[in-house]
Design a protein around this ligand. Structure first.
Ligand code: NAD
Length: 275
């Protein structure tokens, strides 16, 4: 399959489709990662809070795919934000993964009431300088949080991983990203599965002789987004990557565009999340 990559603002690049592993156990993650890499995935998204970094590392080694060919992301959990505590949490993530670097390290949530995301960002800058995080970015940041870290450090995150799917398209934040040359990465890209029973998506799937999941993943790709659908089911893992031999046309894209809704958010709002 002719997988696509997206250029990052630090000169590196990221495969446009990756495997998400939220809510997978270590055992499930190990099998899912191995299955995905054998099927041709070269990008995996985990986090310290998912409690499955060990499984991700095991799956990577079991696959036989070379470490340098795979893009691995993990994330700093909120309770470890700060200077020294970020560095310590990063070391622990590497240890669990069994790796000596990650391709991307993200601040998982801004947690604005803690007031520590700038200090945490400075620690990520250091990890990048040390080469142990090849690229650094953020997740769930608003435009205001982005302006603040960029203003205080001069370092622009390579990407912001945010909730994004046809029912919650995040157009304003994507424009802010474009102004800073920040890539947008979509979490819960399938709306945690809720999008798959949408009648508009169903019609498009029938017309293209594809599954609803493939249509939604293709919408992310054709929108220039990086997308990390989650599954631990081998057939679905393969299906979700088999999206490079068809395209949505302008009319298809316009129909999906109309599914956008101001109250389409499924997950927490970064401004009010209490964790
Ligand atoms: P998702 O939108 O990827 O949906 C996953 C669910 O959709 C699966 O559990 C399964 O039930 C269903 N599904 C997947 N493929 C399917 C297929 N081909 N056919 C039928 N059903 C299918 O949801 P998600 O897991 O919430 O998001 C994806 C990834 O994004 C996560 O695993 C995680 O890596 C990341 N994420 C990050 C954050 C963050 O705060 N940064 C938050 C949520 C998720």
């Amino acid at each position: 399959s002719a997988q696509t990559s997206i250029q990052l603002n630090d000169g590196r690049s990221i495969p446009q489709v990756g495997l998400g592993v939220w809510q997978a156990s270590n055992e499930q993650a190990a099998l899912a990662v191995r299955t995905a890499l054998e099927a041709g995935y070269r990008h995996v998204d985990t986090a310290a809070i998912y409690d499955n970094e060990k499984g991700v590392g095991e799956g990577l080694r079991a696959s036989g795919v070379k470490r340098e060919e795979v893009f691995i992301t993990t994330k700093l959990w909120n309770n470890a934000q700060g200077g020294d505590s970020t560095l310590k949490a990063f070391d622990q993530s590497l240890e669990r993964l069994g790796l000596d670097y990650v391709d991307l390290y993200l601040i998982h949530w801004p947690a604005p009431r803690k007031g520590l995301y700038v200090e945490s960002w400075k620690a990520l800058k250091r990890l990048k300088e040390e080469g142990r995080a090849r690229s650094i970015g953020v997740s769930n940041f608003t435009a205001e949080h982005l302006d603040r870290i960029i203003g205080e450090t001069g370092i622009v995150p390579v990407l912001n991983q945010i909730e994004l799917h046809p029912r919650f398209q995040q157009k304003a934040l994507r424009e802010a990203h474009a102004r800073h040359n920040i890539v947008t990465q979509s979490w819960s890209p399938l709306g945690q599965g809720q999008l798959l029973s949408d009648p508009v998506i169903g019609q498009l799937a029938a017309r293209h002789k594809r599954t609803p999941a493939q249509v939604v993943i293709r919408w992310h790709i054709d929108s220039g987004l990086v997308v990390i659908p989650k599954s631990v089911t081998p057939a679905r893992i393969k299906e979700n990557l088999d999206v490079f031999s068809f395209r949505l046309d302008a009319e298809d894209m316009a129909q999906i565009e109309k599914l956008d809704s101001a109250n389409g958010r499924i997950g927490p709002d970064p401004m009010t999340a209490t964790f």
